[in-house]
Ligand binder design. Structure first.
Ligand code: TGC
Ligand code: FAD
Length: 405
């Protein structure tokens, strides 16, 4: 593919990460000292472990599996789950900040942490038996096990209630049939939290383990987005699931949707990191790049772009912080979380697009992180509930009228 030396150099270049955080409204003053410590530790880890490799992995559409242990070591899996089960024992704001710093590195890295912590550990913690918690949570927290979350199906995306994966009673086990689609980490997962309907049509959560007969997880190839994240299917052909693998404390769609609330909260914070990285790069480039005898940052049109970017980042930071304070009191509603997810992802995607323009032609190369963030954010706009689904959740909340029924 690469026929000239220059583009080879771009592909192979190891990046020096010059990122600096941005805090135009002194939001740091709203944070506790431990939040700042956690941010610095995660930022340092991202600079050391992610920035030097991410363009290369993304370019090759390869998953940097070696980072999983490191993510476990820095406490990125379940930062707000109790330490007793291997979680970080921190508050919801600390969890958000960890996601922000990881997504500053790459949305796929944040995805790995979101899935493991909020979509696999959280349901086991919240709805699992004591035995299930002891068996799975510490190994998931440390990164010894990789987990995945199966809700979406080929014919059931925004409307998970239409799922057709099903569980038939067979004495001391259920027989599971069906398929899941677009499942982050399924091809490499040791543990899968899967949602399927029983014979009464109630949604149950079951824990599957790699190697179960009839379970396969082919990888999905050809993604232009989240290229450094592994995505696959889950196929169930008469998988025998012992009843002890059912999450005993939940039935109904509220189970998976409550996990989504936890993960969407993390995304509302996470994407601020991607936006900041784009802004940071664009600001620096605008001061270094000269055209017409002056830095392009001196042109009013460039200043408009940069000023609007930092304004939107600041608004998103305040929204996330307020959501975090509500979440710490157990008062963040699913609809409030939807609003923050929707607003902040859209904000980050718009900033990536503006930042790309400021970088001119260089903006399309992997010399800069912009196109990678932009392409990643197209997925983030869609997964965990699409942009429009979140708008309809807000619409329902404010009018009392449900567009989905
Ligand atoms: P609906 O009747 O509204 O609700 C069913 C039950 O669930 C409750 N509920 C929630 N509970 C907690 N958190 C939420 N966010 C909740 N939303 C609803 C609700 O109160 C009710 O409880 P109960 O006890 O009365 O039964 O359900 P519906 O069928 O009308 O659907 C509504 C809709 C469309 C909003 C919902 O299904 C939805 O959010 N659709 C989007 C689907 C989605 O987000 N899929 C994500 C798949 S996972 C993923 O993308 C992972 S990406 C991983 C990565 O980061 O890499
Ligand atoms: P559809 O639901 O078919 O939507 C298509 C379009 O129709 C969208 O624009 C949508 O907004 C619109 N639409 C649908 N219904 C309405 C309506 N009522 N009103 C107005 N517009 C509507 N899922 C998992 O379970 N686990 C995972 O780990 C996971 N990881 C993912 C990783 C990646 C890289 C991707 C791309 C997806 C992942 N997903 C995962 C799936 C993701 O959650 C779904 O893609 C998402 O929920 C949308 O479903 P869909 O793709 O089937 O789109």
């Amino acid at each position: 593919m690469n026929t000239n030396g220059n583009s080879d150099a771009i592909h192979r270049s190891v990046k020096t990460d010059r990122f600096q955080g941005h805090d135009y409204y002194n939001v740091d003053e709203l944070l506790e000292p431990e939040h700042l410590l956690v941010r610095e530790a995660t930022r340092d880890w991202v600079k050391k472990e992610i920035s030097p490799i991410i363009e290369d992995y993304s370019n090759r559409a390869a998953y940097p599996r070696q980072i999983v242990k490191g993510l476990g070591e820095i406490g990125a899996f379940g930062p707000s789950l109790p330490a007793e089960y291997g979680g970080g024992g921190m508050d919801e704001i600390a969890y958000g900040i960890v996601m922000q710093e990881l997504e500053r590195g790459d949305s796929g890295v944040r995805s790995a942490a979101s899935v493991q912590g909020s979509l696999v550990m959280y349901p086991i913690y919240k709805y699992g038996s004591e035995e299930q918690k002891r068996k799975y949570l510490p190994k998931l927290a440390s990164g010894e096990f990789i987990g995945c979350f199966g809700l979406t199906e080929p014919n059931s995306g925004s409307d998970p209630s239409s799922m057709s994966s099903n569980l038939k009673d067979d004495g001391d086990a259920y027989i599971l049939n069906g398929a899941k689609m677009w499942i982050t980490n399924s091809p490499i997962a040791d543990v899968c939290v899967v949602w399927a309907k029983n014979e009464e049509g109630r949604v149950l959560g079951v824990i599957l383990e790699k190697g179960m007969k009839g379970l396969s997880a082919p990888e999905i190839h050809g993604k232009w987005s989240l290229r450094a994240s592994c995505t696959g299917e889950l196929v169930f052909e008469d998988v025998r699931v012992p009843k002890e693998n059912v999450l005993p404390h939940i039935q109904g769609l509220r189970g998976p949707l409550s996990c989504l609330s936890k993960a969407r909260y993390g995304i509302a914070w996470g994407v601020i990191g991607a936006a900041m990285d784009c802004y940071d790069s664009a600001l620096r480039y605008s001061l270094e790049r000269t055209q017409f005898g002056k830095p392009i940052g001196q042109f009013q049109l460039t200043q408009k772009k940069l000023a609007e970017m930092i304004t939107e980042i600041t608004k998103a930071q305040l929204l996330a912080w307020r959501l975090g304070t509500l979440a710490n009191k157990g008062k963040a509603t699913p609809a409030q979380i939807s609003m923050a997810k929707r607003n902040n992802v859209h904000m980050a995607l718009e900033i990536a697009r503006e930042a790309r323009q400021i970088h001119g032609g260089m903006g399309i190369t992997n010399e800069y992180p912009i196109m990678r963030h932009m392409m990643n954010l197209e997925t983030v706009l869609t997964y965990e509930g699409t942009h429009d689904i979140h708008l309809l959740i807000t619409g329902h909340d404010i009018t009392g009228l449900n567009a989905f029924k």
